[in-house]
Design a protein around this ligand. Structure first.
Ligand code: NDP
Length: 288
């Protein structure tokens, strides 16, 4: 891939920490090249930097937009000029579009996850789901799964930073959709076992098991995993987390976060440009 930078090239990118492992620059820059769009996409490791300063810098440079990954998906919202209905409901933003100088936040994680599950042959309507996590990505997946017809959703998180937000999401879903959503403490292993026993889909949307801490799993007791459960991890580095490898040994079907990344990226690209990403070409080149 070679990118030609011109005097008109517009900048966009990814904010978060860590970001060095991200496939997003390859995915978007190849898409720009294929479609002849004079834009470039870079990663910016936010580290200890002040988010307000970063957003001001992006505004001043008139970026076309940007993505945000952990840990800033919630904190970014106060620095934006507006939010899509979905981002408001989810309480997190992963995509920002510059609309004539106004920075508008969106969230495409849930769309990406549900699309990737369908591609793996899992119909979200087909049974109860246990979702681990209540951060930015998990909230987006919870809302999208409920909108797309998951009948029962068990949200499981530790009692910490996101607990009250998780309760809010569960209530919002139960009130506004046909899905029955509840919240369980990750430390309550008896309740977790019950959730998993009745579920046909388990989704890890915590960062447990992500590189470099690849020996960790959110389900240390592998006896909770059963062959009727499809187990997915939205982590894609490593490609096979400890959870997925334990699940494979327990006879579960598994899939990782690779195709979620592709589909949430395609949804972000559509928000920025109104165009379809050439998903098959990008998949062939970077996601095999
Ligand atoms: P957030 O920081 O918003 O959320 C992290 C979640 O993990 C929270 O629920 C947090 O709980 C929980 N968590 C973290 N560490 C622990 C721990 N030691 N024990 C228990 N719970 C823990 O991150 P994101 O939602 O943005 O991302 C989560 C993961 O998903 C990351 O690994 C990220 O790379 C991946 N991801 C993949 C995508 C893809 O396209 N495949 C897209 C987006 C994210 P608490 O709130 O209590 O801290």
């Amino acid at each position: 891939m070679s990118i030609q930078i011109t005097g008109h090239t517009r900048l966009g990118g990814l904010l978060g920490s860590p970001v060095g492992h991200s496939l997003s620059p390859l995915m978007y820059n190849e898409t720009f090249r294929l479609l002849g769009i004079d834009w470039v996409y870079l990663c910016f490791d936010t580290g200890q930097a002040d988010l307000r300063d970063l957003v001001r810098g992006f505004r001043a440079m008139n970026v076309f937009g940007f993505n945000i990954t952990m840990p800033d998906k919630e904190r970014i919202m106060e620095h934006l000029d507006g939010l899509s209905e979905a981002a408001k409901m989810i309480g997190a933003v992963n995509t920002v579009k510059n609309e004539d100088g106004k920075l508008i936040g969106h969230n495409t994680d849930g769309i990406g996850y549900v699309r990737s599950a369908a591609e793996q042959g899992y119909d979200i309507k087909s049974g109860p789901m246990t979702l681990l996590g209540a951060g930015g990505a998990a909230s987006s997946i919870a809302v999208q799964a409920a909108l797309d017809g998951v009948p029962v959703l068990h949200i499981v998180n530790r009692k910490g930073r996101s607990w009250s937000h998780a309760q809010h999401i569960a209530d919002l879903i139960s009130r506004n959709t046909a899905c029955r959503a509840d919240l369980t403490d990750l430390a309550d292993q008896t309740a977790l076992r019950k959730c998993l026993a009745e579920s046909t889909l388990l989704t890890n949307a915590t960062s447990i098991g992500m590189a470099p801490l690849t020996d960790a799993s959110p389900i240390p007791d592998v006896s909770m995993l059963h062959p009727g459960l499809t187990v997915s991890d939205i982590i894609y580095n490593p490609g096979c987390t400890k959870l997925l490898s334990d699940a494979g040994r327990a006879g579960c079907k598994t899939f990782n976060g690779m195709y979620m990344l592709l589909h949430q990226g395609a949804a972000a690209f559509r928000i920025w440009t109104g165009l379809d990403m050439p998903v098959e070409k990008i998949r062939e080149k970077y996601f095999r």
